[in-house]
Design a protein around this ligand. Structure first.
Ligand code: KMH
Ligand code: ZN
Length: 271
């Protein structure tokens, strides 16, 4: 189970319970680990709670999460739709266990989340060099196709495992339906060793249930959904983790521990 607690899209003014400071992020990470998360997908904010890719801040964040949790630390290389590609490559300077790596450009609501092929291949090769395990973010079936091309051209990731996350229901990407999930999973390259799925907004439960039924892992968090039900705001990310754990238990699936997740992903051993 991955928790994506913050994202880059919601503002602190609109969602005061969003963890945007380092203290809030660490507290969230601890509570989500207790609730059953094994990995954290991290976007950070500046002193004004705006998205930032400042490398010093990212490095401090990785250190604080390592000090206070055993979670696998995954930094977002996606940032916000406004971040330049060069800044997004620098995320690896903060030496996380894992980084997200989106497999293509996608319309993102009224914006464009830009991931040209040259950027994808540069980030991928950098992740191999720096021994950072990528999580391939797949927003559309075309991104699955691009993953075949990447693996054929540049070989396996650091650690030899191939882990993907289906990000569904972004306006511009694939819909958050069971049918779309099955189509995407059936098209994954044979090299894929594990995958998770997350459904944005209202599709969160549909996607989680479909992923469990199809044997996948789950990502949840306030990056992806801000309500538990219509008109019921999420007060803390651990509510989403606990609910996903409960869904898993109904499906007789136990959440992995961070140690098991490290083994699954073959992340770099601690220095
Ligand atoms: N914030 C989105 C534009 C990622 O973290 O790699 C991109 C995103 C994907 O969240
Ligand atoms: Zn993200």
């Amino acid at each position: 189970m991955t928790v994506a607690p913050t994202g880059a899209e919601s503002s602190k003014a609109d969602v005061p319970q969003l963890p945007t400071t380092l203290d809030e992020l660490v507290e969230t990470a601890q509570r989500c680990e207790t609730a059953g998360a094994a990995m954290i997908h991290v976007h950070i904010r500046d002193d004004d709670h705006r998205p930032t890719l400042d490398v010093t801040r990212l490095t401090d964040t990785v250190a604080a999460l390592r000090e206070n949790t055993t979670l696998v630390v995954q930094l977002s290389s996606g940032g916000s739709v406004h971040d330049p590609l060069e800044k997004r490559l620098q995320v690896l300077d903060a030496a996380p266990d894992s980084c997200s790596l989106t497999m293509g450009t996608v319309n993102f609501g009224d914006d464009v989340f830009s991931n040209p092929w040259g950027f994808i291949t540069e980030l991928y090769q950098l992740s191999q060099e720096r021994e950072v395990v990528p999580e391939f973010e797949l927003f559309d079936l075309g991104h699955v196709h691009a993953l075949h091309r990447l693996l054929a051209s540049y070989g396996l990731p650091y650690g030899g495992r191939v882990h993907c996350d289906l990000v569904m229901n972004v306006p511009g990407g694939m819909p958050g339906t069971a049918d779309a999930l099955v189509a995407a999973v059936n098209a994954l390259p044979d090299e894929v060793t594990s995958w998770s799925a997350t459904g944005i907004g209202r599709s969160t439960l549909t996607v989680a249930l479909a992923a469990l039924a199809k044997g996948g892992h789950l990502r949840v968090g306030m990056e992806d959904v801000l309500t538990l039900a219509r008109g019921v705001p999420v007060e803390h990310n651990d509510q989403l983790v606990s609910r996903a754990v409960e869904l898993g238990r109904l499906a007789q699936r136990e959440p992995m521990t961070p140690t098991e997740a490290r083994d699954l992903l073959q992340t770099r051993p601690a220095a």
